[in-house]
Design a protein around this ligand. Sequence first.
Ligand code: 8YV
Length: 331
Amino acid sequence: PHTRPAVLVARAIFPETVQRLRAHFDVEDNPDDVEWSREELIQRLQGKAGALLTGTQRIDDELLRACPQLRIVANMTVGFNNFDLAALDAHGVVGTNTPDVLTETTADFGFALLLAAARRVTESERYLRAGCWTRWSYDLFAGAEVHGTTLGILGMGRIGQAIARRGAHGFGMRVLYHNRTRLDARIEAECRATYVSKDELLQASDHLVLVLPYTPQNHHIIGAAELAQMKPTAVLVNIARGGIVDDAALADALRTRRIAAAGLDVFEGEPAVHPGLLEVPNVVLTPHIASATVRTRRAMADLAADNLIAFLTEGRALTPVNAPAVLRAGS
Ligand code: 8YV
């Protein structure tokens, strides 16, 4: 008898997305958004699901050995540091992400954090709400200039380029970037961005935005030594991943005013936040929402679902992040 492929949706998602998947597959979802432990996830996958929709669960050799039916893992994220790519390749399992659909939205939020941190938006709102505002003063919440200053971008992929365009075209900023590889001249010209060394980027930026993938090489790429190279007036923005920044060192740099301010959407060990960051006033903290507009989150969910549908019905994922030489056989 013909059986429909089984799909496990490990996190709560739009009901419409689950409906779409149910039209093709036997779907087990997680409507209450219970945080499944790794053991529980493995148990739910075992002997059943050929496909998983997730975004955070670590997919590695141990899990793939324990779940030999699993053929595709669709992340509802553009970052895929939860994948051990070598393990996926070795087991013939396809991983997919959600590129492009969140680029502009995430770049918008990078600027929201940059502006909020530089212009002390949340700090001044806390002051107002606390009833402290009694009179105008010439230096009340005087912050750092944004337009016409130097914008540094570390990690010049899709989102980095979208931030560069905003800085150059919208805010008249001089844009510097550092990346593993230099972009071709056409893209540099379009973004009006100049390639510099990492040291030069740290030293010259008035505002430094981090948008690079989290890899072992990028762990704590911004630590005490890097913060020490930055201007004391500089603003740091992290919309990439926790772990790229040494949060303890950053809390220290903010407390001692080694740098002026920071805007952070991601944290080491999130949803926990380093207590030192919660104590300092000159940081804007948001709960990993850079891609969170209704339209973009729908587009991300749709693309993750479309990847599963395309792969399980036609054998080809839409936005794979790997290309195993031999794919795992379907059951
Ligand atoms: C997600 C993200 O919202 O796409 C990514 O890489 O970080 C965000 O867009 C987040 O990862 C959800 O887990």
